[in-house]
Structures are given as C-alpha cells and as structure tokens.
Design a protein around this ligand. Sequence first.
Ligand code: ASP
Length: 538
Amino acid sequence: MDGEITSPMDEVVNDMSAGHVPETRVLIIMTGGTICMQKSSDGLVPARNFLERCMAPRPEFNDGHNHDPIEVGLHDGPNGVGRLQSLRTPTSVYGKRVRYAVLEFEELLDSSSIDSRGWTQIAQTIQRNYKLFDGFVVLHGTDSLAYTCSALSFMLQHLGKPVILTGSQVPFAERKNDALDNLMDAVDVAAHFMIPEVCLCFNSTLFRGNRSTKISASAFDAFASPNLPPLARITAVDTTVAWNMVTRPTTLQAFSIQTDLEIHHVACLRIFPGITAKMVDAVLRTENLRGLVLETFGAGNAPSGHDNELFKVIADAVQRGIVIVNITQCLTGSVNPLYAPGMVLGRAGVVAGGDMTSEAALTKLSYLLALPGATPESVARDMAISIRGELTENSGIIFSHPTGELSSPVTQLTAIAYGIASGDIDRVKDVLRNDSQLMNRPDYSGNTPVHLAATGSSLAILRYLLGLGASVHIRNNASRTPLFLAANAGLIPHVMLLRQAGAHLHQEELPTASLHASQRPEAWKQAGLEVGHDDKTR
Ligand code: ASP
C-alpha cells in the first residue's frame, strides 16, 4: 500500500516499473521585446499569442499531443489561479519532458520602457507561480535586459529555483533568427539544471544575471559578463555548468520578494575629463535623490577639481544622507584605493563598488534603499559586500584541488550516504569539505544527500546540508521531493526544517500526498498539505 512506503528506494522501484518519463514544469513569462515582435507599417511591434504562433508549430517545443491546460497563478487572492494552454516537449537528452505554458503580460513592452513597475510585475508573477513550476523563463527585450536581470537577482530573495532570462536580436518570426536557439537553451536550463539564480541565457552562454551587460546592438553574442566567467556553456554535444560558481541561498528561509525598488530616487553619473563640481552638485541636489552611482576612471579615480571643489560637493552630499557608490568605467577590473584621487573619494564617504557593473550597482542601490528599515549606513555597508554574487570579494579563500586526487563521486556519495545512515555528521562534513557540489548530486536512483537526510536519523545532518545551500527542490527518479519523503515517513521535525528552508510539495506529488494524508495527518499538514481539502497546498 502507498502509505507504507518509507524509503526513497521503494518509491523509485514502484515508479520505474510504471515506465514513467518525468515531467518538469516551466513557466514562460512573456514581457515583450524583439523576440515576439512582428513587422508593421510602424516598424517592429510586439505581437501576442507567442505559444500558438511560434512554439506550437515547432517539433522541438511540441510533442504533438493534446495536453490539458495547466494551473497558472494569474492574480493574487483566492481566485487568482487559472488555467492556461500548455504544450510539452519531446523527451530531452536528460530523460525529461518539459511541460510549459506562456503567460503574456497584458501590455507587451519594448524593454527600453521598463522600470520598477515592470520588475515588480515579473517578481510577483514568479511568486504566484513558485510552487506550481520547477523553473521560470522570462522573455524580454535586450535593451534593458541586463538591468532587469540585475534587479530581479536582488528582488527574488532566498531563490531556490532557476529563473532564466533571454530575448533575441532578431524576432522568432523571421527566417534567420537567434530567437529559436536562445529560447530552447533557456527552457532547457530552467527545466534540467538546479541553478537557483537569476541568469541570462544568450548565444549558447549562461551568465549570472547581475554580472551581465549588453555589449552589442547587432551581434548575436550581444552580452558579456566581463568580471565573471559564464556559469555554463552550451554546445551541440552538451551543457557544461561551472557548478563551483553557482551561488545558493544558505539561509534557512523560504522564497520571498521585495518589490517597488527605489529606482526613481537613484541616478548614475559618468565622470569625464572637464566635468565640473557644479554639474555634479546639480545631480546631487535632484529632489528626493537617495543614491548615486559614480562611474569613475580606472581603479576609481575622479578629477579633484579646482580647490578640491568636487570632493567637497561629494562629501557634503554624503553628509546629507545620499549614498554614493564608486564603480569603474572600465569593462573589466575593480575600484580599488590605489591612487590618491580614489582614496580621497573613499575618505569623503563614497562606497567602493568593487567590480560591479553599472546595471548591478544601480539596481542594488535601489533594492537596498527599498528594504524596510533601510538607513544610509545599512545601504552603504551592504553595497560594499556581495549579497547575490554581484561583486568579487577577495577575502575568501577558494579551496580547489587538482582533479584525479579524490575518489570518484560515486564512492564519495556512498560515503555520504553511509554517514547519513549512521548519523555520523563528521563523516558527511569530511566528504563535502573536499567537494561541496556533491550536496546536490543524485545517486543512481536520483536521491540527493538531502533526500537521504530527509528520512535519516540525524536532524543535524539535514540542517548542515541545508546550511550549505543544498537544494530542497530536486526530485528523485520517482519524482519525489525530500519533503514528500520526510512527511511520508512521519518525521515532523524534518518536515518543519525543510519547510523553513523553503521546501514545498510538488504539484505532481499532491494527489499521492492526499492519499497518504490520513495515515500521518500531522506530518502532511506540516508539509503544507491541506489535509481533508484534497490537493490545495498554495
Ligand atoms: N528594443 C527591443 C527591446 O529592448 C530590443 C530587443 O528586444 O532586443 O525590447
């Protein structure tokens, strides 16, 4: 009987005998941009019905079956969930099918007009659909794409699922385009790789979103990430992810969003030879200005001006509570108090922004200023440190080892499994110290160390794994999350810890969970199942 299943392996065996191909759900959020545009007498304009027009006719995106519409969060409130037409891809090389729907914004934008309202709309859409989908693709114009990537990276707090943004230089509807490849790559990454970051996927490359910048108005390789290598490269053969660079939330907190960035109260000013203190002062006296990103020369230098006038103007603004951040105009490298002019800026209270892009600095400043209880001091403090991998902090020691020195991942996973089974946290720590990427690595049955710890005897091991940033959303070969296994085993403390870290039951698990609910009602209730109310966990 279903309710008697307590070990992850029993589930896998049951499921494999059913010949099940796992389905991953991806929500595609269409905000506009060239990718969806069509020619008109006024030039290119955004056009609707992207799913029917562009995706349904392509076999890469459509397995040819009729699929039921799927649940999509459309508005807030109890009646906010509706159903949208869905399609499914053929089985991928990773042995999964991707079920997806396209949610189009009421007003499709040319991205040059996006601002904090549009970012709030995207963040809220992701929040409403967080429990319904495994990953998200946001389609967006390229002009302000790097700004949106940066803004979302800050607004989506404790993110545990992939959010992949893309667009194209040429519309999907044109014969020779980059839209098809960019979209396919973005959907594949969102569906198959547990990269819980806001990323930009463009021209076969996956960038950390808040490190990216647009470098070409016409080339297909329109984006770069000058101060950080790509997170993944996609070739005809495979997708190679630099897992050691992927950042993960290490706080045990559930996903949340911060909306309404203070983008209208910050500014960006590029220093140039001949700039006067008066010009800078005029910007700094803009009504209600709360922050300024100063793009300076080289390693952070600005002209001192006659009689140090410029520095006086800047120091005075800092005294008035305006947060001023120093970033470099150079494409690569970092602000650094090497030279006297840069040091003087620092003494005036200007924050060194390290190697942040302008897009990241501006949106981070707007985000920090919007946080409840923000003060100029708290904002200045956080601007100088990495909160989402947006700047390089040099203090950390990077541990690496030459390949070949360690035993195979299979041997190491076995050692972790043994440590979990015997409640030996030191053993688990020892193995993960050598290679922390193992924390998300599935074994032959698709179980990650978190799956094993979810039904293990030691809550401390589970807490340790979650504190390292191990994902609570990966599903095993039987499509089960660690939360499902813990609830099914009736382990309430494990369930509560997983919930604290943002775990939720997957849509596909709800019918089975409801069947099991009568046996361990408290555990299922803690897992978020509305016991006695069928399958509503939202
Ligand atoms: N102007 C367009 C936009 O940003 C350009 C693009 O989509 O590439 O929406």
